[in-house]
Design a protein around this ligand. Structure first.
Ligand SMILES: C[C@@]1(CC(=O)O)c2cc3[nH]c(cc4nc(cc5[nH]c(cc(n2)[C@H]1CCC(=O)O)[C@@](C)(CC(=O)O)[C@@H]5CCC(=O)O)C(CC(=O)O)=C4CCC(=O)O)c(CCC(=O)O)c3CC(=O)O
Ligand SMILES: NC(=O)C1=CN([C@@H]2O[C@H](COP(=O)(O)OP(=O)(O)OC[C@H]3O[C@@H](n4cnc5c(N)ncnc54)[C@H](O)[C@@H]3O)[C@@H](O)[C@H]2O)C=CC1
Length: 131
């Protein structure tokens, strides 16, 4: 379940969809272009996460993201809150895929997303060099 329909939500929907997740997006607008998603065109209301396996809070509204994180933690659903690492119970990884190999990586305690992005670039390059 992804709450928010902007660039970050779209990137995460694409990754989750690629790995076979059934993705539902709750957001007044969806700019993702990813097809196989179930888009619910409205704002989030507490209760929306019932039955979800995993949650991503990626709106541009701090209070909404906080509330999604709170509901997920209450329900025991793993949640990544895109604007506040302290409210995450998992960190969305940088994913590197190349010719049958997949690497997902995060920085220590989700504390350095720039370092994670840099490391992901290096891993993508290394995988290409295997060819
Ligand atoms: C804790 C975490 C929580 C989570 O979201 O799960 C988190 C948190 C935050 N990110 C922020 C900003 C940016 N993050 C990126 C990029 C990535 N961020 C990703 C993951 C994570 N980001 C989780 C930790 C994972 C780890 O550390 O290993 C990646 C790996 C995966 C992905 O997002 O797909 C992806 C690289 C993918 C790749 O290269 O492949 C960019 C650049 C861009 O978007 O292009 C920017 C904007 C520019 C800048 O600030 O540098 C802010 C400030 C927001 C604000 O203040 O507005 C916070 C808030 C905070 O740190 O508290
Ligand atoms: N973790 C990461 O990798 C990064 C995180 N961020 C953070 O991620 C968040 C989202 O960033 P972008 O996608 O660039 O923002 P954006 O402005 O492109 O999209 C925000 C989306 O949230 C939706 N939204 C707003 N209120 C809502 C509500 N009540 N219910 C449901 N949807 C609602 C809007 O309709 C819009 O689709 C921001 O908080 C930003 O600080 C930004 C860059 C990278």
């Amino acid at each position: 379940m992804i709450v928010g329909g902007g660039a970050i939500a779209a990137r995460r929907a694409a990754v989750l969809g690629e790995f076979g997740a059934a993705v539902t997006v709750i957001a007044p607008e969806w700019k993702g272009g990813v097809r196989n998603i179930d888009w619910v065109p409205r704002v989030y209301v507490p209760g929306d996460l019932a039955g979800a396996f995993l949650a991503v809070a990626a709106t541009d509204d701090r209070e909404v993201n906080r509330s999604v994180g709170e509901e997920a933690r209450k329900l025991g659903i793993p949640v990544s809150v895109a604007d506040r690492r302290e409210e995450c119970t998992f960190f969305f990884p940088a994913v590197c895929e190349h010719r049958g190999v997949t690497v997902g990586l995060v920085s220590h305690s989700g504390g350095d997303h720039r370092r994670a992005a840099e490391a992901a670039s290096a891993v993508r390059k290394a995988l290409e060099e295997l060819d």
